[in-house]
Write a protein of this length. Structure first.
Length: 297
């Protein structure tokens, strides 16, 4: 792949970028100053990014790079269309949390994103499956998944990250009834909340699994044993301080084996920030990596 002559096909989620139109314009202006060929495909609704990706797989060429311009949800849709293919994937961060962009060393910087798309070499990263759904970052059940299930799309567009706080407040009563069971390495653990992550970061810049990363073929399972509003506040404070994994009632288990998540009654789960899944769920690693453009340190 020749960096100077790359063909960048950008799948743009205009909904994700509604509060970031100027950021997307800045990215396009930056790319216009390079020798890269740029094509933009806009999504029109849920699942459209997957369909567009499946169509693009047939157009693969030596210099083709697929670019996700949106948030982690847009990336998730693209991943589920990018199967059995070595087309490298890059990102332009336009979402609320942009966890993947942080994992790739881009953060929320449009300049870094453009530089990475133009000059970075592809590196292998490992995805996982939640039942049949492919994901790259994390799956959560508990406090976070209840909030995602209650999230209102109009508030997310208007308030960004604050919309998750408003959603969490709407489901406080559900915090008392979180009874989950997760099996890791043949051992069963009872929990109020569970986070199964491939990523180091969570919810933006917050570190929950210091020894993990998308380039490593393993999962970190965080078992949060408490439930209720008091523990929600305590866990939230620890997350903000990057100390969640050090709390005495939070157990971290690292594995490369399948993980089983169950509950007595069906419980909603979130996967890379999107809902639509519920227990029981089995999480397993995909042994075949995909290629992504990662910024050099």
């Amino acid at each position: 792949m020749t960096p100077a002559n790359r063909r960048l096909v950008i799948i743009h989620n205009p909904t994700s970028g509604m509060r970031n139109k100027s950021r997307f314009s800045k990215a396009l202006l930056g790319l216009a100053e390079t020798q890269c060929e740029v094509e933009i495909l806009k999504t029109s609704g849920p699942g459209h990014a997957t369909m567009l990706t499946e169509e693009l797989v047939g157009r693969k060429g030596p210099d083709l790079v697929l670019v996700a311009a949106g948030g982690d949800g847009t990336v998730s849709e693209i991943l589920n269309g990018l199967k059995d293919c070595n087309i490298p994937l890059g990102v332009i961060p336009l979402g609320t949390a942009n966890v993947l962009a942080r994992e790739l060393g881009v953060g929320v910087s449009i300049k870094k994103a453009v530089d990475t798309l133009v000059t970075a070499s592809p590196v292998p990263v490992f995805t996982a499956f939640a039942n049949e759904k492919r994901f790259l970052l994390m799956l959560g059940a508990g406090y976070d998944s209840l909030a995602v299930a209650a999230l209102r799309s109009d508030q997310k567009k208007r308030f960004g990250a604050m919309a998750y706080v408003l959603a969490a407040m709407r489901v406080i009563s559900g915090y008392r009834n979180m009874n989950l069971e997760v099996e890791v390495n043949g051992v069963r653990h009872r929990a109020g909340s569970v986070i199964i992550t491939k990523a180091k970061y969570y919810g933006g810049p917050f570190v929950i699994a210091p020894d993990c990363g998308i380039e490593t073929p393993r999962l970190a399972v965080l078992v949060l044993k408490g439930s209720g509003i008091v523990n929600a506040i305590r866990y939230g404070g620890a997350l903000l301080a990057n100390r969640l994994d050090s709390l005495p009632d939070v157990e971290v288990v690292v594995t490369d084996k399948p993980v089983s998540l169950t509950s007595a009654a069906e419980f909603p789960c979130q996967c890379d920030g999107d809902g639509g899944l519920a227990t029981p769920i089995e999480v397993s690693l995909d042994p075949q990596p995909i290629m992504m453009l990662r910024r050099s340190c």
